[in-house]
Design a protein around this ligand. Structure first.
Ligand code: NAD
Ligand code: UDP
Length: 343
C-alpha cells in the first residue's frame, strides 16, 4: 500500500521539522510547504540525514490559494497540518495587520484551497493553536473548557482561526478538524541536528538561556521575581518538542482512523519556574547560567500549566520527557550549532 501523504504548511520551521521526522518514523510521507519566511533551507539537509531520504518540498506561500490548491491536487494528502504563521506576541501588538494577514488570511487561504481541491472527502486538518487563547486563566491546571480571553492580536488570530475551522466543519460534516493548543514548546531533536533557530534576539526563555550558555549573550534577564509563585518567578508548562511532534502523529492517526475532530491542550501538566529552568540548564551545560532579575515583562501572567488529560483520553498521548531532557537537548543543539542553521 502506498504511504499516506501528509502536507505540512510551515514544515521547515521549528515544530514542523520535528513533526516531519516523527511522521516519517511513523510510516507516513510528509510533504513540506514553506516559503522560508522564518526558517532556513539548511534544515532540508538535516532532515535528509535524519530520515535517510530527501524531504519532499513545495516552496511557496500559503496565501497563494490557487497554488496551494495545485499542491493539494498533486499530492492528494490524507492529512494537512497547518503550522505556517507568525508567533511572537509582542510583534503582534506592534504589527497586528501583518498577523491577521499571515495567520487568519493564511488559514482561510488553506481552507479554501482544501475546499476547492477535494471532491467529497477533504483531508484531515490539524491546526497549531496556542495556550495563549486562555489569557490569564482563573484556575490552573487549565482545561479546554476554560474561558477564552486572548490578550494579544496573536492569540486573537489563533482563536479566530479555531472558530473559522469549526464553522466550516459545521457546514460540511465531512471535514475532520483537530485543534491543538500548545503550551510552551522547547528542546530539540536528541541528535542535535535540528532545533529552534530564532532570528534576532530571542523573545522566549529557553532560546535566550541557550544563547547565554553558549556565550552569545552575557546574561539572562529574569522578568520579575515577585510573582505569587513558589520562587517568585513565572511558571509555565514546558513541553519537549519531541513529545509535541508525537502529539501531532497521534492527532493525525485519530482523525485518519475516523475521529471527527477535537480541541486539545498539548502540555505536560507540570509547571516550572524561570529559576528552575535556569538551574536545570546549568546542570545540562555544566556551568551556571548567569542571570539578573529585572522588572516584570508587561502582559506576563504569573503561572499557568495544562490539564492534558483530555489529550490522553482522546489520543492516548502524554508527554514522556521532562525539563532535564529539554535542557540537555537544547544544549546539544545550541552547542553544536551556535548560530543555528547559518553555521
Ligand atoms: P516557526 O516560525 O519556526 O515555523 C513556521 C514556519 O512557517 C516557518 O518555516 C515559516 O517560514 C513558515 N511560514 C510562515 N509564513 C508562511 C507563509 N505565508 N507561507 C508558507 N510558509 C510560511 O514556528 P514554530 O515555532 O514551528 O510554530 C509553528 C506553529 O505553532 C505556528 O503557527 C505557531 O503560532 C504555533 N505555536 C508555536 C508555539 C511556540 O512557542 N513555538 C507555541 C504555540 C503555538
Ligand atoms: N522570561 C524571562 N526572561 C526572558 C524570557 C522569558 O524571565 O528573557 C520568562 C517570562 O517572564 C515567563 C517565562 O520566562 O515567565 C516564559 O516566557 P516565554 O516568553 O518563553 O513564554 P510565554 O511567556 O509566552 O509563556
Amino acid at each position: 500500500m502506498p504511504q499516506q501523504s501528509i502536507l505540512l504548511t510551515g514544515g521547515a520551521g521549528y515544530i514542523g521539522s520535528h513533526t516531519f521526522v516523527a511522521l516519517r518514523e511513523a510510516g507516513l510521507e510528509p510533504v513540506i510547504l514553506d516559503n522560508f519566511a522564518n526558517s532556513h533551507p539548511a534544515v532540508l539537509d538535516r532532515l535528509h540525514k535524519l530520515t535517510g531520504k530527501p524531504p519532499l518540498l513545495e516552496k511557496g506561500d500559503v496565501l497563494d490559494t490557487p497554488w496551494v490548491e495545485s499542491v493539494l491536487k498533486r499530492h492528494a494528502p490524507a492529512g494537512v497540518v497547518h503550522f505556517a504563521g507568525l508567533k511572537a506576541v509582542g510583534e503582534s501588538v506592534a504589527q497586528p495587520l501583518r498577523y491577521y494577514r499571515q495567520n487568519v488570511a493564511g488559514a482561510l487561504s488553506l481552507a479554501e484551497a482544501i475546499q476547492n481541491a477535494s471532491n467529497g472527502t477533504p483531508p484531515a486538518l490539524v491546526f497549531s493553536s496556542t495556550a495563549t487563547v486562555y489569557g490569564d486563566p482563573d484556575n490552573v491546571p487549565v482545561r479546554e473548557d476554560a474561558p477564552l480571553r486572548p490578550s494579544s492580536p496573536y492569540a486573537q488570530t489563533k482563536l479566530d482561526v479555531e472558530n473559522m475551522l469549526l464553522a466550516a466543519q459545521v457546514a460540511q460534516p465531512a471535514w475532520r478538524v483537530g485543534i491543538l493548543r500548545y503550551f510552551n514548546p522547547v528542546g530539540a531533536h536528541p541528535s542535535g541536528l535540528i532545533g529552534e533557530d530564532p532570528s534576532g534576539i530571542p523573545n522566549n526563555l529557553m532560546p535566550f538561556v541557550s544563547q547565554v550558555a553558549v556565550g552569545l549573550r552575557p546574561h539572562l534577564s529574569v522578568f520579575g521575581n515577585d510573582y505569587p509563585t513558589r520562587d517568585g518567578t513565572g511558571v509555565r508548562d514546558y513541553i519537549h518538542v519531541q513529545d509535541l511532534a508525537l502529539g501531532h502523529v497521534a492527532a493525525l492517526k485519530a482523525l485518519l482512523g475516523g475521529n471527527q475532530g477535537f480541541t486539545l491542550n498539548l502540555g505536560s501538566g507540570r509547571g516550572s519556574s524561570v529559576l528552575e529552568i535556569v538551574d536545570a540548564f546549568g546542570k545540562a551545560c555544566g556551568k551556571p547560567v548567569p542571570y539578573q532579575v529585572v522588572a516584570r515583562r508587561p502582559g506576563d501572567v504569573a503561572e499557568y500549566y495544562a490539564d492534558p488529560s483530555k489529550a490522553n483520553e482522546v489520543l492516548g498521548w502524554q508527554t514522556r520527557l521532562g525539563i532535564e531532557e529539554m535542557c540537555a537537548d537544547s544544549w546539544r543543539w545550541q552547542s553544536r550549532n551556535p548560530r543555528g542553521y547559518a553555521g
